[in-house]
Design a protein around this ligand. Structure first.
Ligand code: ATP
Length: 191
């Protein structure tokens, strides 16, 4: 089975400071990786490396699958109704069914016709995660996905991740809090 993501001897510097080095990791189908570390350690930067938004200063990052990143950016058209805004990311290949399933999975179906700009901050956080799920990308990169979620929404995310992994997807999550589910590996940086 080919990996979806591989880091080989990766080092990254930002703002003149070396954040981490000698990072080796392989993320394959069904995997879940939790990236931990103190504030400023470089967790978000590691996800941006994985997404191809940053280049490593040393080593190599290989991506062998489509990926979708949920970071601070909502990346949804604020003027559109939520379902239409999400449909931009759902694409054509099975996108209609996937979008409907995703709205349901994140308890957003009742908000489908609400303009994105009218969502509460917690609803927008859920929509940000739904955007990743709706994309159909095998590799999900989630930066602090639990921030701003109520307990029920955390449960929905746990279920969505478990389902995604069962279907052959993988997740890399930067978080100060552990997520539910089996078989998480962890990578601590910045110590
Ligand atoms: N655009 C940038 N230019 C220069 N330095 C940056 C930039 N973005 C982030 N940094 C620096 O990189 C370091 C790592 O930041 P990053 O956001 O990756 O850390 P983090 O572990 O995700 O932190 P937190 O837990 O606070 O979210 C910090 O020192 C930060 O100031």
């Amino acid at each position: 089975m080919s990996p979806l993501l591989r880091f080989a001897d990766v080092a990254l510097e930002r703002g003149g400071r070396r954040l981490f080095e000698q990072i080796d990791l392989v993320v394959g189908s069904g995997d879940a990786l939790l990236v931990t570390g103190p504030n400023g350690a470089g967790k978000s930067s590691l996800l941006r490396l994985a997404a191809g938004l940053l280049e490593p200063d040393e080593g190599e990052v290989q991506r062998q699958a489509a990926l979708s990143l949920a970071d601070d950016a909502l990346a949804l058209d604020r003027e559109l109704p939520l379902a239409r805004a999400l449909s931009f990311w759902a694409g054509l290949d099975g996108g209609v069914e996937r979008l409907a399933a995703t709205l349901d999975a994140f308890a957003l179906t009742a908000l489908a016709d609400v303009p994105v700009r009218m969502l509460s901050s917690g609803q927008a956080r859920r929509a940000r995660l739904a955007r990743v799920a709706a994309s159909g990308a095998p590799l999900w990169l989630l930066d602090e996905p639990l921030n701003g979620l109520d307990a029920a929404s955390v449960g929905l995310l746990d279920l969505a991740i478990a389902r995604h992994r069962r279907q052959g997807g993988a997740v890399v999550v930067a978080s100060h809090l552990p997520l539910a589910g089996n078989g998480w590996r962890s990578l601590e940086i910045g110590r």
